[in-house]
Design a protein around this ligand. Sequence first.
Ligand code: NAD
Length: 454
Amino acid sequence: MSRRNFLAVSGAMAGTSIISPKSKMLASTVTNLGENNRKMKIALVGTGIRGTSMWGRSLVQEYADFTEFVGLCDHNPGRLEAGKRIIGVNCPTFTNFEQMMRETKPEVLIVTTDDDTHDYFIEKGMEMGADIICEKPMAIDEKKIQRIIDAEKRTGKKCRVTFNYRYSPHRAKMWELIRSGEIGDLTSVDFHWYLDTSHGADYFRRWHRLVEKGGSLWVHKASHHFDLLNWWIESDPESVYALGDLEYYGKNGPFRADNCRSCPHTKECKFHFDITRSERLMELYVDNEKYDGYKRDGCVFKNDINIYDKMAASIKYKNGVQVSYSLTAYSPYEGYRIAFNGTKGRMDAWIQESNPTSDANYDEIVLYKNFGRREYIQIPQGSGHGGGDKLLKDQIFIPDTLDPFKQMAGIRDGSLACLVGIAARKSIVSKEPVMIKDLTSLVPQEKKIIEAYQ
Ligand SMILES: NC(=O)c1ccc[n+]([C@@H]2O[C@H](COP(=O)([O-])OP(=O)(O)OC[C@H]3O[C@@H](n4cnc5c(N)ncnc54)[C@H](O)[C@@H]3O)[C@@H](O)[C@H]2O)c1
């Protein structure tokens, strides 16, 4: 029986007890741990905030029984040394990536660099013998995605894309409820995401403000949301029609400077951000500006900002489900509203992070039955992307962790999540719907393919 057939037979429905369908890379690591008590040899490229926290210090402190760092790389030598201190390891450091791969021969490479560079590190990392764990978004345009698809075929190596949003318990509950048939057959989804004037504004301060670095929020941010949709709907996106504009940040501001520290308008600017109050941001970024000139506290009204701050899309799925999606980057609160419409009812959620008017420590889903009653389902909140970050790492690093909600994602899922955003960007320019099948060699399927390595 092929691995894929084995998994199809396993079913992996929520709540069933199956042996964890690990990736090849992780399965071999499980065996290594079981038989030789050997830890996963990890190298990491990109010692910024995500690399040092989620994939650095946390691994050293919580997953040391299963992992060991053999090398760290960053092209900013100051941030590299700061990163090593923060992570708390003693392994060699490199500003030259290929030298690190040659000398340390990691089994697994973790990629936490700027989004526009992921494709290079994934491809080269695979060619130099490693399986990959890559932060989202997997890549920012269709050519880079194709390079990764081709590299996986050529090298036989695997890449795991870390969609932590799938792992928050209330989203897993939605996945489970859709599959339970409570609302009948899913027909459409309304999904609206709100970034507030603090977190949302932060994207306009950093490298994320440039489409050539992060693919715009359509890819950098919304690939999380498109991945959730692909996972919930369990079908592939077929076409995207989109609108978008930049009408709040960037050129729209009343004044501007290069960055907050050099700004003469700090008193009147609501977006003034005093980076000197954060020891961690000073240590990682400000202390190392001399190496690359990167200012972490850039002005949100800079004229070079070329991403959208309001976006809307209509997405059609191969199984006929329609989605109305929007993303607003200057909302008074952070959160989202979602509704799943089905032939027998509807499921709603309105999630607000850190809601000052509520002391509830749960997220609520409301289930409505056509001609029937409504039911309120409350799911306790966790910390770190709703508790998702830890569950994701448990599944990757702790042997025999189950995958009942099919939360593991590889290159196919990583690609499709980005391709919806890439199609949206193209649709805004062409003013026409864009077909996903026209972007890469991936052929959208009516029933989502569970990737072979899972
Ligand atoms: N899943 C999530 O919720 C989540 C949250 C935050 C960030 N991320 C992702 O993690 C990644 C890193 O984000 P971050 O916030 O840590 O950014 P960051 O700017 O803090 O860190 C990126 C690091 O990569 C380094 N780098 C860039 N290009 C390089 C190159 N060519 N060679 C070597 N080093 C290079 C930079 O010097 C920097 O230290 C991004 O892809 C981002 O989208 C995901």
